[in-house]
Write a protein that binds this ligand. Structure first.
Ligand SMILES: [Zn+2]
Length: 70
């Protein structure tokens, strides 16, 4: 089983390295996965999802502040 993100299920992709003479060498392009503790479980989550969840939290805080203000 490939290492993949617990949230978005992204995993490694196929990519190619090209030399100056245009010879193609296939290689793997990995997702930037980081270990995170969520609900006392260690999960592998990509940095894109970590950033998005932080953003959503920030948006929620902002929304709650506006509700208090109203
Ligand atoms: Zn992800």
């Amino acid at each position: 089983m490939a290492r993949s993100c617990a949230f978005c299920n992204r995993s490694s992709m196929k990519a190619a390295r090209r030399s100056h003479s245009n010879i193609k060498v296939l290689r793997r392009q990995y997702v930037n996965l980081q270990k995170k503790w969520i609900d006392e479980k260690s999960l592998l989550i990509c940095t894109r999802c970590i950033k998005t969840t932080k953003k959503k939290a920030a948006v929620a805080v902002k929304a709650s502040k506006t509700k208090v203000g109203l």
